[in-house]
Design a protein around this ligand. Sequence first.
Ligand SMILES: [Zn+2]
Length: 265
Amino acid sequence: MPPNGNDFTFGYTIHESLPQDWETEFNLIMKNLIELLPIKSRSGFYYAPVFAWNENANLPYSSIIGFRGGSSISGNSWFDVGGQVLWMQLEIPDQEIMWEHIHRYTVIPHEYFHFHQIAKSPDFGIKWMMEGSAATFESLYAQQYYGVNYFMQAQTYVDTKYVNEPALLELYSSNEINYSSSVFVTLVLAKELQKSNYSEEASFRLIFKDFYAKYPSNENWETIFEEVFGMSVNDFYVNVVPTYTADIETVLPSENLTLQAIFQE
Ligand SMILES: [Zn+2]
């Protein structure tokens, strides 16, 4: 498929080790996400394969995507006419299927959001912004579509160390549980934007959409941060985040906030 600058296609490969109801829900979630937040193609990035399987199927697509498990957006030596192919891989833990854990579905919006980020900003890798946004988007999806507060269910492990020094979370090597601290810093940013008189949905729109509309990279992101959010990264780190208590419950978004309100102005 040639790139034409205004659409993006996915190709789904779902392994038989996943139950039919998972596949049905996967199709519905992808449809919702594509409608909500269409991915814009660009040169070299206009098609993405998606591979999904149950972890108990032992990497059934390793001949195509290699031997790395887990869920992610990944690439290796697979190239097509447009360049390197990036794919979404979803390795669903069998325990999540057995116990009907909500994460068997919310991993889909999380990884999809990374496509949105990468489509705009292939050279941006500030972890708390990449993962904090994807994991916040994931929890907002869970709240809206499943009535589950995934912030409280899975993202409560906020580490005081990172609240005192958020810059440590810029690196992917920082350790945290379920990106809880990255989500926390992201939610603090949303609260601060509301103090600057943005509505709640406008605040999340700045974080999820407007920031990426300026194509941040590891080189320019601090300038774009200040342009979009009206405060410097350093002020945010030093003067804002440490004034909050390391408790996700104090910065939760409204329960009636919808993704449509955030993305459709
Ligand atoms: Zn992620």
